[in-house]
Structure formats: structure tokens, C-alpha cells
Design a protein around this ligand. Structure first.
Ligand code: CMC
Length: 357
């Protein structure tokens, strides 16, 4: 038995490969550096969905815009109880209102929904009314416009596109595995994606970037980095944004996102500070764990980028879901196309039944 299923191969996929030794991510034959910064979210969806959704509309940006407008109706269900929850719980609850099914219309609505619901939840938590989608815009630009109520700059829309593309798929990570397990039961795409979001929200997976901001804010200035980090590790805490199950070198997504932060000029001082904290963290992790290569993962620069785009840290996991939903939907269809019901075995180590008296 493998603890945490480490090293266990549980699926064959044509969607993406994570090479943990080389620090390389391939999405359907394209390396991440060919895609990030050069591809819109919609173009990446077309790459991921090819062959799995044969009826994908030729004008995907327009179809996705239309789907955003359709799911916006569900925002009316955002009541005070949900507004009081964490953004990812509120978004998950709205996602649960979407009808299940396996068709293209269902898939497009699920793909559109995290962007619409995240913006509405963030605004509601700030006491502001939701902003309706503009179907004529690209998905990233409209996500930012719905969040803030004003149009983003081209650099901001490009930066969010880069983020969504970078996190769209990543092998058999925990949330994708969860989505494939549910898809394998034929429960439907909405159910599979809800499983994905639920797995994503944990701090060991997609819940890490918000706490990265807490760490940066707690450190305050570079001179404090070593003492703050050592105290956190002494309390038994993990450093968010570092370490990975598969990568034994730097996560290639970290540099794709760091590059996007550079496009947003106003953030340069913050970036230099973050680089100083990163260097201190890596040095300390190497001293403390010389036998376990622990390097920067995607979440560290995710935090910087999403902060620069004015998403509140509490909503960072929802923005991760905006991108990863593409991967979940592609994996769900791949699972349905070729896979059997996922049903592994367990080894019973409990007590034997007591004999009847
Ligand atoms: N800070 C301090 N120590 C760490 C860290 C960290 N970030 N990551 C791993 N370790 C230590 C861990 O304590 C363990 O030490 P020991 O053997 O003495 O108990 C050793 O390294 C191996 O850790 P592990 O938990 O067996 O490794 P894993 O493969 O199960 O964990 C991980 C991967 C991402 C859960 C872990 O590195 C972690 O908790 N990182 C912090 C949270 C984080 O950044 N999560 C985002 C992951 S990237 C997004 C994604 O793709 O999901």
C-alpha cells in the first residue's frame, strides 16, 4: 500500500503530464511556456476539450459569454447565510444549483460559472450589488469587470488569462482525481466539478495562496523573514507556497506567474519583497530538510498575481477553480469515454467480529 497513493498510477490521460524531475508541465503536447502568456483561456479550453466535446462551438468566446449570462440568474440565490461563508463555500453552493448532465450546454455553464459566482460573492461580501456579465468580452476581462465594476486594462486581462491557462490542468492532482472518481459513477458533470471544488479548497491543494499573503503581511519587511519563518516552522506549521508531491525541483508554473506579475508595473516593490521572502524560505527549508527537495510551488506567485489583480485573498481558491474547471471537465469526459468505475480496495485492519455468546 502506498501512503497517500504516492507513485500509484490511477489513470491514463492525454490531457497533461507533470514531470517532477525536470520541472516540466505539458498540456496536450504543448509545454507550459508555449502556452502561458500566449494563449487565452478560451483557446486553452479548445485545446483541452478537443475530441472530448466534439460539439464545442466554433466561436467559443461568444458561447462562453452567453453561458456567463445564463448562469448569472443563479446569483439571486446568494442569501445572507451564504454571504457570511467563505467565498469558496458560497461559490460551491451556487455551483450546486447548476443542473447535472453530460451535454455541451451543461459543460459551458459549469465552465462559465466560477467566474460569475466569484465576482458576485466578493461584491456581496463588500456590500455591493452584482455586476451582470458582458458576453461580448473575453472570459478573463469579463471576470475582472464583474469583480470591480469597471473594465480592466489589457495587461490585467492578459495577466488573468495567463493565470487561468497556467492552472487549467495538472495531471492527476487531488481535485482532478476526485472529479474523475465522481465522473466514473456517471453522476454527471456538475457533480464531478463539485467534487473537484471540494478537494481544491483544502490548504494542502488550492487553499494555499490566501495564507501566502498572511505570511508576507506577517513578515512585513525582508529583514524579518528568517526569524518569522523559523518561528512558524518551530510551531510545526508548513510554509504555504512551498513543496509539492510531484515536483522535486521548482514548479514551472511559479515562473510563468512571476512573469505575469511583472506586467503589472505598480507591483514591482511587492515583487522584490516576495523574492526576498522566497529566498529566505528556500534557504531555511534546505537547511532543515536536506534530504527532501522542497522548492517554490505555483501558489507563491499565484498569491502575488491575484493580489495585484485586486482579488481578496479569501477568494484566491475560487480564482483557481475558474481555471481548473477546464481540466476537471476535460478529465470527466476522458473518464467517461474510456474508464471503468473507479473502485479501489482497502485492507481491513480493524477487530475481528466477536463470536455470538
Ligand atoms: N513547509 C515545511 N515543511 C514542508 C513543506 C512546507 N511547505 N512541505 C513539505 N514539508 C515537509 C513535511 O513536513 C515532511 O516532513 P517530515 O517528513 O519530517 O514529516 C516532508 O517535507 C515531506 O512532506 P509530505 O507531506 O510527505 O509531502 P507531500 O508530498 O505529501 O506534500 C504538499 C505536498 C504540497 C502537501 C506539501 O509540500 C505542503 O503542505 N505544502 C504547503 C502547502 C502548499 O503550498 N500547497 C499547495 C500545493 S501546490 C498546488 C497544487 O498543485 O495543488
Amino acid at each position: 500500500m502506498s501512503d497517500g497513493l504516492e507513485g500509484v498510477v490511477a489513470a491514463q490521460t492525454v490531457l497533461s503530464e507533470v514531470d517532477g524531475q525536470a520541472g516540466r508541465l505539458i498540456i496536450r503536447g504543448h509545454s507550459l511556456d508555449e502556452l502561458a502568456g500566449r494563449t487565452t483561456f478560451e483557446q486553452l479550453v479548445a485545446v483541452l476539450f478537443e475530441g472530448f466535446y466534439p460539439d464545442l462551438p466554433a466561436d467559443l468566446p461568444a458561447a462562453l459569454g452567453q453561458a456567463r449570462a445564463e448562469v448569472f440568474a443563479e446569483v439571486a440565490a446568494l442569501d445572507a447565510g451564504l454571504v457570511g461563508r467563505s467565498p469558496v463555500e458560497a461559490v460551491r453552493a451556487l455551483m450546486a444549483r447548476l443542473a447535472d448532465g453530460d451535454d455541451m450546454t451543461t459543460a459551458l455553464r459549469i465552465l462559465a460559472a466560477p467566474a460569475v459566482f466569484t465576482a458576485a460573492v466578493v461584491r456581496a461580501q463588500a456590500g455591493e450589488a452584482p455586476v451582470a456579465p458582458d458576453p461580448s468580452l473575453g472570459h478573463a476581462a469579463d471576470a475582472l469587470r464583474m469583480l470591480r465594476g469597471t473594465a480592466p486594462t489589457q495587461a490585467e486581462a492578459d495577466a488573468l488569462d495567463t493565470y487561468l491557462v497556467t492552472v487549467s490542468d495538472h495531471g492527476l492532482n487531488a481535485s482532478t482525481f476526485a472529479a474523475r472518481v465522481v465522473a466514473s459513477t456517471r453522476a454527471g458533470l456538475a457533480s464531478a466539478v463539485l467534487a473537484g471544488i471540494s478537494a481544491l479548497k483544502g490548504p494542502l491543494h488550492g487553499g494555499a495562496p490566501g495564507p501566502v499573503i498572511d505570511m508576507l503581511d506577517g513578515i512585513g519587511e525582508p529583514a524579518n523573514a528568517r526569524a518569522w519563518i523559523e518561528a512558524a516552522l518551530a510551531r510545526g506549521e508548513r510554509l504555504m507556497g512551498f513543496g509539492h508531491r510531484i515536483y522535486r525541483v521548482r514548479d514551472p508554473r511559479a515562473d510563468a506567474l512571476k512573469q505575469a506579475v511583472r506586467w503589472l508595473d505598480a507591483r514591482q516593490g511587492r515583487l522584490e519583497f516576495a523574492e526576498a521572502v522566497e529566498a529566505a524560505a528556500l534557504a531555511i527549508l534546505r537547511e532543515r530538510k536536506p534530504d527532501r527537495p522542497l522548492d517554490t510551488n505555483v501558489e507563491f506567485y499565484t498569491a502575488l498575481l491575484l493580489e495585484a489583480l485586486q482579488f481578496p485573498p479569501t477568494a484566491f481558491t475560487c480564482v483557481f477553480a475558474m481555471g481548473r474547471v477546464a481540466g476537471w471537465l476535460a478529465h470527466a469526459r476522458e473518464q467517461l469515454a474510456g474508464g471503468r468505475l473507479i473502485r479501489p480496495q482497502s485492507v481491513y485492519v480493524g477487530p475481528a467480529p466477536r463470536k455470538a455468546a
